[in-house]
Design a protein around this ligand. Structure first.
Ligand SMILES: [Zn+2]
Length: 326
C-alpha cells in the first residue's frame, strides 16, 4: 500500500502535468487546419535540440488579415502577441488588437481596470507587451535525421529569448556593435545551418542555454537538405487562429455590467499603454535592427502612433533586462 507521502507526491506530479495542458489550451493555432496539413506543434525537448528553419510563406500586405506593422516585422519568423490564460478556463488567444488591428476584449478590460486604478497585480493578467511575446517558426527537427521525412515540418511557437539568439547569432557586427549585415541566412538552402540549443526545466522554470549555430563544415553540424519540405507550407492566415470578439469576451466571462461598460467602449483599445513587468519587452531593438538590414526603405512609413510615447520606457527596460540576462 502506498504511503501518504507517495500519494501526495503522485498527485503533485499529476496536477503539474494537467496544469501544463490547462495553460496550453487551444486558441493560438487552428487545430483543424494543422491537422488538414499534417502539421504538428513542436515543443523543445529537455536537453539538446537541433532544428533547421524553413522560410515562411509570403504574406500579401494588401490582402492579409494581419496588421501591416505585424507583417513588416516578419523575416525568419512571424511575430505573435498572445494573451495567455484568459478567463477561468485558461484559454490563450492572439491579441485581436495587436495582431489584426481589431477591438480586443482583453485589452479593453485592461483599460477599464486601469481607469479604476487597479494595482498592477490585477492589471497584469490583462496586459499585452509592447513587443511580440512569441515568434512563429516553421521548423524541421533534425536531431534524428532518420525521422525528418516522417515528421516533416512543424510549428514552433518560439520564446523571445530563443528567437533573439537565432537572429543575433547570424548577424555581422562591427567592433562597436553596429549591425553591418547577416553572416548567413539559415533559411536559404545554400547557407543553411543547424541551430542548436539546450532546454532545462519545464513550465515557468524553463531556461534555454547553449544556443548556437552548428559549424556546417563538421559532421555534426552539416545541415540536412530540407528545402523540399518548405513547399506547400500553409499560409499563416490559415494556421493562426483568429478568434472572434465574442469568443474572447465569453472566455473572459465578463458579466453584462462589465461588458457593457461605457469606459471600455468609448476608449479606443489602441490607447492601451503596456507598462510594467512584461517579460519580453526588451527584445525588439534587435528585431528592429535586423529588419533594417532586411526590411527595405518603407519600414517607417507607418508608425503606430499609440505606441510612440513608449519609446523611452522601452529603452530603459531594455537596458535593465540586458544587464540581468547577460
Ligand atoms: Zn488584446
Amino acid at each position: 500500500m502506498k504511503s501518504l507521502r507517495e500519494e501526495i507526491a503522485r498527485r503533485i506530479v499529476e496536477n503539474m502535468k494537467q496544469q501544463d495542458e490547462f495553460t496550453d489550451r487551444k486558441g493560438i493555432l487552428n487545430e483543424a487546419a494543422m491537422e488538414k496539413h499534417g502539421l504538428t506543434k513542436w515543443v523543445p525537448a529537455e536537453g539538446d535540440n537541433f532544428i533547421q528553419m524553413l522560410p515562411l510563406p509570403e504574406i500579401d500586405e494588401e490582402t492579409t488579415v494581419f496588421r501591416k506593422q505585424v507583417v513588416r516585422l516578419t523575416t525568419l519568423a512571424f511575430p505573435l502577441w498572445v494573451h495567455w490564460r484568459v478567463g477561468p478556463e485558461g484559454h490563450s488567444f492572439l491579441c485581436l488588437r495587436k495582431m489584426y488591428g481589431k477591438p480586443c476584449p482583453v485589452c479593453e478590460e485592461f483599460n477599464r481596470l486601469r481607469a479604476r486604478n487597479e494595482p498592477w497585480e490585477v492589471l497584469k493578467e490583462f496586459s499585452i507587451p509592447t513587443k511580440p511575446n512569441r515568434w512563429f517558426f516553421y521548423i524541421v527537427d533534425v536531431s534524428d535525421p532518420s525521422k525528418i521525412e516522417e515528421t516533416g515540418p512543424q510549428v514552433f511557437l518560439c520564446p523571445v529569448t530563443v528567437k533573439d539568439e537565432i537572429y543575433g547569432r547570424m548577424l555581422e557586427k562591427s567592433r562597436t556593435g553596429e549591425i553591418l549585415g547577416v553572416k548567413f541566412l539559415p533559411t536559404d538552402p545554400a547557407e543553411a545551418r543547424i541551430f542548436k540549443f539546450h532546454r532545462s526545466g519545464t513550465d515557468r522554470g524553463t531556461t534555454y542555454t547553449e544556443c548556437e549555430y552548428c559549424d556546417p563544415t563538421t559532421a555534426e553540424g552539416k545541415p540536412e537538405d530540407i528545402s523540399h519540405l518548405a513547399e506547400g507550407l500553409p499560409p499563416l492566415e490559415e494556421i493562426l487562429y483568429m478568434p472572434t470578439y465574442e469568443e474572447v469576451k465569453e472566455a473572459l466571462s465578463l458579466d453584462s455590467s462589465v461588458a457593457g461598460s461605457k469606459e471600455a467602449e468609448t476608449k479606443s483599445s489602441d490607447e492601451v499603454e503596456e507598462v510594467g513587468e512584461n517579460e519580453d519587452d526588451f527584445a525588439q531593438s534587435l528585431e528592429e535592427q535586423v529588419d533594417r538590414v532586411f526590411g527595405g526603405e518603407d519600414e517607417e512609413e507607418e508608425v503606430d502612433e499609440a505606441e510612440a510615447p513608449q519609446e523611452h520606457y522601452r529603452v530603459v527596460r531594455g537596458r535593465v533586462r540586458t544587464k540581468r540576462v547577460r
